[in-house]
Design a protein around this ligand. Structure first.
Ligand code: AMP
Length: 183
């Protein structure tokens, strides 16, 4: 099963995507993690990505898509994966649809985690990651609203959108997600 996690920064995508992947026995693919790892390894791609990430901006699509295409082509992804942080724009989603169509595949479910804006700011300000200063957090929320939120309609039109209330304990949210994923 190919699952995409969608939702604003702070909605709990990372935590839940890891749990869902474990529960289904498929890899968890976080493009943010892949990019941070490339940055630590000081690869060319990592260095190019870092300047955008530290400002809270999205990195150019070609860089992320190259990482994703290579990763989903590995054998451990043959029976599916959980994507966390990709696609982030309509352009990326359309490129990804084409990438999958070549393999006669598609996204099976998009989990859209919904959390109100004021709760997001509270959660994000307490997280303490290097790209989590208040200004950077605000920019990331702006980028989400402008560039990523249109993906809700993209996946709704494809008939794979699963809306999930992201408020509550992690266990409660997890149970809601598994109920719609296994539907
Ligand atoms: P995340 O860990 O998903 O919150 O991502 C951290 C940062 O990595 C983002 O603020 C972006 O700068 C970058 N990033 C992660 N995934 C993508 C993507 N699909 N497209 C562009 N930039 C991304």
């Amino acid at each position: 099963m190919r699952i995409v996690f969608l939702g604003p920064p702070g909605a709990g995508k990372g935590t839940q995507a890891v749990r869902v992947a474990q529960s289904l026995g498929i890899p968890h693919l976080s493009t943010g993690e892949m990019l941070r790892e490339a940055g630590r390894q000081q690869t060319m791609l990592g260095r190019r990505a870092a300047e955008h990430m530290s400002a809270g901006r999205l990195v150019p699509a070609d860089l992320v898509e190259a990482l994703v295409e290579e990763r989903v082509g590995r054998p451990d992804c043959a029976s599916g994966y959980v994507l966390d942080g990709f696609p982030r724009t309509v352009e990326q989603a359309e490129d990804f649809d084409r990438m999958l169509a070549v393999r006669s595949a598609g996204v099976d479910a998009t989990v859209y985690l919904k959390v109100p804006g004021d709760v997001l700011l509270d959660r994000l300000s307490g997280r303490g990651r290097e790209d989590d200063s208040e200004e950077v957090v605000r920019e990331r929320l702006r980028q989400y609203d402008k560039l990523t939120s249109p993906l809700v309609d993209h996946y709704r039109l494809l008939g794979v959108l699963r809306e999930v209330n992201g408020l509550g304990t992690p266990d409660e949210v997890f149970d809601r997600i598994m109920a719609v994923v296994e539907r």
